[in-house]
Design a protein around this ligand. Structure first.
Ligand SMILES: Cc1cc2nc3c(=O)[nH]c(=O)nc-3n(C[C@H](O)[C@H](O)[C@H](O)COP(=O)(O)OP(=O)(O)OC[C@H]3O[C@@H](n4cnc5c(N)ncnc54)[C@H](O)[C@@H]3O)c2cc1C
Length: 570
């Protein structure tokens, strides 16, 4: 007999990010509206009544694993809750000034014009972690069950491959796979509709996509990684409400990259650097790119005399409209970053994540009204997306990231042209095809048409622990904690490849692309060769390894609930 408890719910949301929190809250409101209309005779149909709604979150609290740069377009939250400010939404500052810097190694220029997609005046600078914590409280007050420390580890299907819920991860398994005295089996949360809002490279979204072929006929997803620090700086260094985006140094013209600096209140600055995980040079280290970015004199000036207070890193799904998977199947919907709703040109996904969640909620109301949870009803979600402002925003920029795969200059030309024609120009131009990042990484031995600066790329980079930090110091500031006596949640499917082919072909890029010093090649005295050591307890759950590994043999699965970074206030 199974010792697993089965808990019947109506709707289960996986992940307490902006997409699912907005979805759950909107669902509650829409059901109430629907029922009142039916009861008053303004609408035909049946009353839906109280639904059992659960949100499971792998972090120890809502917001713990939420990392964003922090400029929020309020369009979606205003639709969700028109009086969000009066209701206490913890926005940090209002954007008062935009700037665009083009950087070189030794300096840079303040561009006379800010590209329109990067204009943010009037929008809000937030700690998304705080906003999610607050939305979580709103959900609980509305009667939604939130289960922090509950990673959804597996998707449950019926005999027809319809999704019927999720299994949460077991607790209390030791590193050799044996049960510890505190063992608690995961539970099966059964649901009529399961909504996957796990953010970029969701581990369940990955499972479902593969099993149900949701990416058939779609472009492969491409990702970037954002590496971020929060700094306290002297008051005169950078104004609250100022937003700077940068292009140029330290990225080379064949590598997608750019930085941001956002001025928050109390002299706190959000600073970070995005590197496309479709880079060609296997020697690239996104964490080192960010540290180099801070050494540019214009950037260093902002941080001068300041102190780094927090660190984090996370992947960003950058592919946009053409890389969206099929967003529905029997019993399941995909929202937010897991569904590729981010606008890569604006590097903004908070508003589209929330709106996608709200459209999913409206679809779920229809499903309960008709008591049909199959694709037949859930496909309306896809239609709603394509009829909403999400389509109007994402479709014109559908080729943005793919164009960068041909290099910075052609991409900028391309982007300018599409901006002037609202994407129409792309109707007359050949479609840009995204190539998955892991397929673009060049081999050391090829030395193809790109310049490998083997080992020299970061030759001048020193970690002085004032302006620049090594990964281990940074990881300390991410507040990462995992119980070390548990199986590694980073499954490397064939470590022999690491010691042989990967060492020779790519120089073990996992040691560089991981921003948390998880992967190390360590000398094995017995075998006389370097072998892979996985320091999984450092993992910040960014998913870069799952995305960037050129052999695709790293599988990120959820660790025991509660483990991971602590991004409170990030
Ligand atoms: C560095 C960086 C900078 C950015 N800057 C901006 C910006 O300035 N403005 C903007 O609009 N957007 C920005 N974005 C994008 C924005 O943060 C995302 O688009 C948005 O957070 C997506 O929301 P989401 O709900 O889909 O996922 P997320 O915010 O990623 O939330 C997903 C949640 O699900 C949980 N979870 C995942 N898997 C499981 C599981 N199996 N079981 C249980 N829980 C799970 C996670 O712990 C997390 O709490 C940035 C992103 C990054 C990484």
């Amino acid at each position: 007999m199974s010792e697993r408890e089965q808990i019947p719910m109506d709707v289960v949301f996986v992940g307490a990010g902006p997409a699912n929190l907005a979805a759950a809250l909107h669902l509650k409101g829409e059901i109430k509206k629907h029922d009142e209309m039916v009861e008053k005779g303004f609408k035909s149909g049946k009353v839906i009544g109280d639904l059992e709604i659960a949100i499971v979150e792998k972090g120890p609290f809502v917001g713990a694993h939420i990392l964003s740069g922090g400029v929020m377009d309020p369009i979606a939250i205003r639709e969700l809750m028109p009086d969000f400010l009066a209701q206490g939404c913890p926005v940090d500052s209002v954007v008062t000034e935009d700037a665009f810097w083009y950087l070189t190694e030794k300096g840079g220029i303040n561009a006379p014009l800010v590209p329109p997609p990067l204009k943010n005046k009037g929008k809000y600078i937030v700690s998304l972690s705080k906003v999610c914590e607050w939305l979580g409280e709103k959900c609980e007050a509305a009667g939604i069950n939130i289960f922090p420390e509950f990673p959804a580890a597996e998707v449950l299907y019926n005999e027809n491959d319809a999704v019927i819920g999720v299994r949460t991860g077991d607790k209390g398994i030791d590193k050799d796979g044996h049960r510890k005295p505190n063992f608690e089996p995961g539970v099966d949360l059964l649901a009529k509709v399961t909504v996957l809002g796990e953010g970029s490279r969701g581990s369940l979204a990955k499972q479902v996509t593969a099993r149900l072929g949701l990416d058939e006929g779609k472009e492969p997803q491409v990702f970037s990684i954002g590496v971020k620090e929060l700094w306290e700086v002297p008051a005169a260094n950078f104004a609250e409400g100022k937003v700077v985006h940068t292009l140029g140094f330290p990225s080379d013209t064949r590598t997608y990259g750019g930085g941001w600096i956002y001025g928050m209140k109390d002299n706190v600055v959000s600073i970070g650097y995005v590197t496309g995980l479709d880079y060609e040079d296997p020697m690239i280290d996104p964490h080192a790119e960010f540290q180099k970015f801070k050494t540019n004199p214009k950037v260093a000036e902002v941080l001068k005399g300041g102190k780094m207070i927090k660190y984090g890193a996370k992947t960003i799904n950058a592919g946009g409209y053409f890389t969206m998977p099929k967003l529905y199947a029997d019993g399941v919907l995909i929202v937010g970053d897991s569904g590729s709703f981010l606008n890569g040109q604006r590097i903004k996904g908070i508003h589209t994540a929330m709106k996608s969640g709200m459209l999913a909620a409206e679809t779920i109301v229809g499903a309960f009204e008709h008591q049909d949870f199959s694709s037949k009803t859930l496909k309306h979600y896809d239609e709603k997306v394509n009829l909403s402002w999400i389509y109007d925003e994402l479709h014109p920029v559908r080729n943005f990231h793919a164009a960068f795969q041909k290099g910075r200059w052609s991409a900028l030309l391309n982007t300018g042209l599409q901006f002037l024609t609202r994407g129409l120009a792309w109707g007359f131009m050949p479609k840009e095809h995204h190539i998955a990042g892991h397929e673009r990484m060049g081999k050391l031995i090829d030395n193809g048409n790109w310049k490998i600066e083997n080992g020299k790329r970061y030759a001048d980079l020193k970690f002085d622990k004032e302006l620049t930090f090594d990964k281990v110091t940074d990881v300390f500031h991410a507040g990462v904690a995992h119980d070390e006596d548990q199986p590694s949640h980073l499954h490397v499917l064939d470590t022999e490849i690491c010691a042989t082919r990967c060492a020779e072909e790519y120089g073990n890029p996992c040691q560089r692309f991981c921003p948390a010093a998880v992967y190390e090649m360590e000398e094995n005295v017995e075998s006389g060769r370097k072998e892979l050591k996985v320091n999984f307890s450092n993992c910040v759950h960014c998913k870069t390894c799952d995305v960037a590994d050129p052999y695709q043999i790293i599988n990120w699965v959820t660790p025991e609930g509660g483990g991971g970074p602590n991004y409170k206030g990030m």
